[in-house]
Design a binder for this molecule. Sequence first.
Ligand SMILES: [Zn+2]
Length: 255
Amino acid sequence: MLLVAVFIFGALIGSFLNVCIHRLPIDESVVFPASHCPHCQQPIQPYDNVPILSYVILRGRCRSCGAGISARYPAVETLTGLAAVAVLCAGGLTAHALLAFAFVCALIVITFVDVDCQIIPDAISLPGIGVGFAAALLLGQPSWPASLAGILLGGGLLWGVAEGYHWLTGREGMGGGDIKLLAMIGAFLGWQAVPVTLMIASLAGTAVGVTLMVMQGRDRRTAIPFGPFLAVGATCALFWGDTLIAWYLGIAQAA
Ligand SMILES: [Zn+2]
């Protein structure tokens, strides 16, 4: 019963995340006006704004004009609901689990905005750095020095990579948004999570990049947004960070 309630809570938050994903890149308020159909501008009635269910009942079409509604809306709601269940199972009903959920929500918004617009909104990453550090001060998990070191390492590492790439090739490879995002990840998870996140993100990014190149014959220089991969890496670090670090240290010692 609790899991169902938590899933519904997560899906409702996911509904709000959809609004953020849609409005943050165009600098619109996420509160006003109320949700409206992007096609006919008709306000969406509360009974048509039930996460996941409304999409199914309306068969993915606006009630007023019949325009198709992107399947991404229910997908984000489902994903957020599952994320809420996952943090509850991993951490129980604690302040830390709530914080972890907020962190995953920020990653979900960042992922989809980056896919859509190739930007990572400062409106999330910069306050995120502050919230992550403040939470470390209050909850002590990670400790505040580990959080501070995470901000510096996360921001510094990618800044170094970006500068090095620019120096070597004369091209901009990595955006400032990625740098601020990894600093935020370091603030929430501590410095130990930064190399874990970066490693998973690089592996996943390379795998997807190579696949795209083979399938679509994409030019090597075509930039793929890196934010979603950092978000995946950070999610792995959040749930399995200790295991991954232990595994890595095991290999390092064996070698
Ligand atoms: Zn409409």
